[in-house]
Write a protein that binds this ligand. Structure first.
Ligand SMILES: CC(C)(COP(=O)(O)OP(=O)(O)OC[C@H]1O[C@@H](n2cnc3c(N)ncnc32)[C@H](O)[C@@H]1OP(=O)(O)O)[C@@H](O)C(=O)NCCC(=O)NCCS
Length: 202
């Protein structure tokens, strides 16, 4: 992150979107802010070792997991980092994170990653963050998101299938390289539920 907060603020391009989990729990999805460190640390402290390893592919300290979530660069055209937090509560709690980093060689592609608090996994938060990330990425000219997923991570692979975007999977050893076509928003599976309910840019 830039040492000079005025530089960070100039580059800071905040997104705020809203949605609901599968059970209707309201969630706000917003750009990570420079002042989020305490909230992000509380989020990573509640994660299981399994979740951290599925996200970072190896054992990581909580400090470095928090650094990864906060990012070394502020949000801008090349990288967008979103948190999902409980909305409506007096003190919102960060329950998930997703980010994309644009490819240096193909401006229409970006690599994406997701991390959801254990207590919220399987409830639609990951799908909501994918939809939010796709919306934000499309506005920046990105047409394909790529994710590297450990083969054992069936939940992540199921999430990509369930979200409904056209996608393809290439296996490299024990890793799945999933390419998701985000050019168009797929129809919403109303029986399953999680969806963005509105959007605003500030
Ligand atoms: C993988 C991860 C990001 C998925 O997020 P999530 O919030 O749990 O995902 P969702 O609830 O949106 O969707 C996944 C689940 O919903 C189900 N689902 C998704 N779309 C569905 C649909 N249309 N109909 C029915 N079920 C659906 C999936 O089958 C999956 O169920 P399962 O958990 O029983 O396998 C999250 O579990 C996580 O953070 N895991 C640890 C870290 C990690 O693996 N990160 C990914 C590395 S990039």
């Amino acid at each position: 992150m830039s040492e000079d907060p005025t530089v960070a603020n100039r580059e800071f391009d905040e997104e705020v979107l809203y949605g609901g989990l599968r059970d209707g729990t309201p969630v706000r999805l917003r750009t990570v802010r420079p002042g989020d460190r305490a909230g992000v640390l509380a989020f990573v402290r509640r994660l299981s070792i399994d979740s951290l390893e599925l996200r970072f592919f190896s054992a990581v300290s909580l400090e470095s997991a928090a650094d990864e979530v906060l990012g070394s660069r502020p949000t801008g055209p090349e990288r967008v980092s979103l948190v999902a937090e409980t909305a409506g509560a007096s003190s919102p709690e960060i329950i998930g994170h997703a980010e994309f980093v644009r490819s240096p060689v193909d401006e229409e592609r970006a690599e994406a990653a997701f991390l959801i608090a254990d207590a919220f996994q399987g409830r639609g938060a990951g799908t909501l963050l994918l939809r939010a990330l796709a919306r934000v990425a499309r506005r920046r000219g990105i047409r394909r998101l790529e994710a590297v997923v450990l083969g054992e991570n069936q939940c992540m692979l199921d999430m990509f299938t369930g979200a409904g975007y056209p996608h393809s999977t290439r296996w490299l050893g024990s890793e799945a390289h999933v390419e998701i076509d985000i050019d168009r928003e797929p129809p919403i599976d109303a029986r399953w539920g999680p969806n963005l309910t509105g959007a605003a840019s500030t």
